[in-house]
Design a protein around this ligand. Structure first.
Ligand code: PAF
Length: 298
């Protein structure tokens, strides 16, 4: 298929479109989103296309109320379906699923969560999960539902939401969902700021200071060869320059978000993650790095 994507609002419409699009022996690629699409999402669609070749690529646009806590930005989360459809068309997406809340949660609003749900386990209580209780349960419930609706062979998630990616992988493994989960590298502005739908909330001076998040991660990456302490120190030094950045966490973990051992052998792969508030906007970012044990030359 090519041209304008077919738009489905209900399960029935989606099932009909998928049956026609799947054809014989073609892999289905899937990119779940909450809309407000930007070039970061476009790169996920391109990755899905690369994974499935001429198989159908499906994008969902659904602002999932279950993953927003009280006082979070559910109501002000941007809804821009027309612009989203244009990006999907440009990226050669075949089907866009844009369901109502009632379509995804039939008991809504009396019954918020489905009776049978997904328990995300201990990884959902650290980092983002610590400040956003219930967030990852909401994410995994909707991702499980969307996987059930779309039945993708491969699903692409951005590394920008790294904890989400790790938890989706965990769910797919632990519940034998049979979906290949692909993590796609974070897209960045020329100065390094990770693309995010929330960047539009930053005023001019906050936008200037937001760059220190990625600068901190880059500094850690560049000094990681000297070991974890030096890497964290160089990141902190960058962050200290940003007066408006209210740091929530800056941590080094294993690639699957577990605690690093006290002594790391040279060549240990790790992840550095940061979260901070600029005014009322919360930003997150992360990068991979390889830790070493070299001595620092001062
Ligand atoms: O990353 C997002 O946009 C959302 O958390 C997701 C995966 C679409 C689930 O609502």
């Amino acid at each position: 298929m090519s041209g304008t994507p077919a738009l489905a609002h209900t399960r029935e419409e989606l099932a009909g479109l998928l049956a026609a699009a799947r054809g014989a022996h073609r892999r289905v690629g899937f990119v779940p989103t909450m809309g407000a699409l930007h070039e970061g999402h476009a790169s996920l669609m391109a990755r899905a296309r690369a994974e499935v070749g001429d198989g159908p690529v499906v994008v969902s646009v659904f602002v999932n109320p279950l993953q927003f806590g009280a006082g979070e930005d559910l109501d002000r989360y941007p809804r821009t379906l027309d612009a989203d459809l244009e990006i999907c068309a440009r990226e050669g997406v075949d089907i866009v699923l844009a369901p109502s809340v009632e379509e995804v949660y039939p008991g809504w609003p009396e019954q918020r969560e489905p009776e049978v749900t997904v328990e995300p386990g201990p990884l959902a209580t650290v980092l983002e999960g610590r400040v956003r209780p219930g967030h990852f349960r909401g994410v995994l419930v909707v991702v499980a539902k969307l996987f059930g609706l779309v039945r993708p062979d491969v699903a692409v998630f951005g590394e920008k939401d790294y904890q989400q990616l790790v938890l989706v992988r965990r769910m797919v493994t632990d519940l034998c969902m049979g979906v290949d989960v692909v993590g796609a590298e974070t897209c960045r502005e020329p100065d390094g700021l990770a693309l995010s739908s929330r960047n539009r909330y930053l005023d001019e001076s906050q936008r200037l200071e937001a760059v220190y998040l990625s600068r901190a991660l880059r500094a850690a990456q560049e000094t990681a060869g000297y070991g974890p302490a030096v890497a964290l120190d160089s990141a902190r030094a960058e962050l200290r320059q940003a007066k408006a950045v209210d740091l929530d966490y800056l941590v080094l973990t294993t690639p699957d978000l577990r605690e690093l051992p006290a002594v790391v052998p040279a060549g240990t792969e790790a992840r550095i993650l940061v979260a901070a508030r600029l005014g009322t906007t919360r930003l997150i970012d992360n990068l991979p790095l390889v830790l070493g044990t070299a001595r620092e030359e001062r």
